[in-house]
Design a protein around this ligand. Structure first.
Ligand SMILES: O=P(O)(O)O[C@H]1O[C@H](CO)[C@@H](O)[C@H]1O
Ligand SMILES: O=c1cc[nH]c(=O)[nH]1
Length: 250
């Protein structure tokens, strides 16, 4: 299964843990590694797609930046899987469509509208519903509940063009029940399904779509801390359920 060093995620076989957190922002990857993991080592810095492996409550966990958008995410996810990743949880930020959902509340993504070019290219025009793995979704919801973190579970929109001139196309999906918008989950969910691994997404709210500013930094920070804890606790739950305690240097 494990081949030579991938082109972009420049780790060696054994560097990446089966459980991987996926922030878009490389600085968030660094911050998570420093503040949540123990015995951290860096396995890649190429193109600022930082990747670290350490342990959380004794469980080997990696945190790998995806960069922004589905094209970069697709490369990173494919290469992580080639390096042995088995469960990938995106810990991202999102915009929301109404004041019903406010920072630091979390969004746990039940499915993501694939309004992006990467999944379109993979699928060759086939309509598709991008959904997370059920066990991962369930573990995220249980963890958020157990931690007492306010959250909503629902539909997200993944899009490519943050500054598309059609005044936030994604808002059109709000009328059909979408809660949030971001730029990576559809590709993550599709590729995970194709390659037979598990995936999920938990998001911290950073803006209401259409507003010209992000919400206050302390609200964003609280949301990011909570989503990170939620995802890590989901890994612990999944590991306990399936007996996965493999070390990254197995
Ligand atoms: O904060 P991250 O995880 O990068 O996620 C969101 O932030 C970026 C846009 O500001 C996009 O990548 C979007 O999906
Ligand atoms: O993709 C994103 C991320 C945060 N906020 C948005 O409005 N869009």
């Amino acid at each position: 299964m494990l081949g030579p060093m991938p082109l972009h995620v420049r780790g060696n076989p054994g560097d990446v843990a089966p459980f991987v957190l996926l922030p878009g922002d490389p600085n968030r990857a660094d911050w998570i590694a420093q503040n949540f993991l123990e015995n951290v080592r860096t396995y890649t810095t190429y193109r600022a797609l930082y990747g670290y492996t350490g342990t959380y409550k004794g469980l080997p966990v990696s945190v790998q930046a995806t960069g922004m958008g589905c094209p970069s995410t697709a490369i990173v996810v494919e290469e992580l899987i080639s390096l042995g990743a088995q469960t990938l949880i995106r810990v991202g930020t999102c915009g929301v469509f109404s004041d019903v959902l406010k920072a630091p509340e979390l969004v746990i993504v039940q499915g993501s509208v694939a309004n992006d070019g990467t999944t379109r290219q993979y699928l060759g025009g086939l309509p598709y519903t991008a959904i997370p793995d059920w066990d991962t979704l369930e573990a995220l919801v249980h963890s958020a509940r157990a931690e007492g973190f306010p959250h909503q579970v629902g539909l997200n929109v993944t899009e490519d063009a943050f500054y598309a001139p059609q005044a936030n196309q994604a808002t059109r999906y709000a009328a059909f029940g979408a809660l949030s918008v971001e730029m990576e989950s559809s590709a993550l969910f599709l590729i995970a399904r194709m390659r037979g691994v598990r995936s999920g997404t938990v998001l911290a709210v950073v803006n209401k779509v259409g507003d010209s500013e992000f919400v206050a930094p302390e609200l964003i920070q609280t949301g990011v801390e909570r989503m990170t804890r939620t995802a890590l606790e989901a890994f612990v739950r999944l590991a306990a359920k399936t007996g996965e305690t493999r070390s990254p240097d197995r």
